[in-house]
Design a protein around this ligand. Sequence first.
Ligand code: SF4
Ligand code: SF4
Length: 282
Amino acid sequence: MIAKTVKNVFEKHGFPVYFAEYDAVATDKSNNEKGYKTVFLTYMSYAYSPSPEQNICRYAALEDYHKYLPKKLEGIKKELEKLFPENIFDIYTDSSPINEKAAADISGLGIRGKNTLIITKEHGSFILLAEIISDIELPCKASEPVYCLNCGKCEKACPSGALKDGLINIERCVSALTQKKGALKKEEEELIIKNGLIWGCDRCQEVCPYNENAEESDFAKNSVKLTKVTSEDIKGLSDRQFREKYAGRAFTWRGLEPIKRNIYLIENKGEDNDDRSDKSRS
Ligand code: SF4
Ligand code: SF4
């Protein structure tokens, strides 16, 4: 009965919901000061077809979901608080006290891809997980994780060979490299140049058959897309000015330095490394 009411509230706001026992997915089981019992796990699709000139990965070209998603979930939280005034409902969209992928596995939200991502039946893997965690106790059926088609396309498409046997070597993942601060090894620079995006990497999702028919999401439709950032756009900007200019974009969280480096590498194909800071500053 409670589960049905919670489901209705989520669906009214356009979100699906899946339930997982908090203790089964908490990252620190010894510390549950709030008395959490149940995870109401949800997701939002960010699928869309990028434009040919796009040099930023899909999610980062949209408005920052860290700002967009909590606002959306706030309406659900408020409604639940009215219906269950004795209980708590905490929203988590990024750093969360649970292992979101494990919660997605056991709650039935999605299946586990060989690219290590969660894939949903309806929207594929271009999704963002989020949850409301509550002290309401609900019966949660824990399903066994289900795995993908195992077609191997993601492994083949990965530009850096970071995927192997359903595991990711994050040190080699180009998405992580584009976000890494400081000097990169020559080989890492070459991977960024080869991938061609100044932030992120979508290759292992683009080739996945589960994403073939993913429709453009409402989030993507309603978001003002910023598809390309060039050296001209960041010319002469200080770190503060960069963060101000691109406020509300997820790629600003590491500051100007990695973006500037990545733009330089891609635009110059890694040549004239010694002049890099002067050229991109001028
Ligand atoms: S994001 Fe790119 S580099 Fe990272 S695992 Fe996927 S395809 Fe490989
Ligand atoms: S590309 Fe194939 S192997 Fe990789 S996650 Fe998708 S279905 Fe699984």
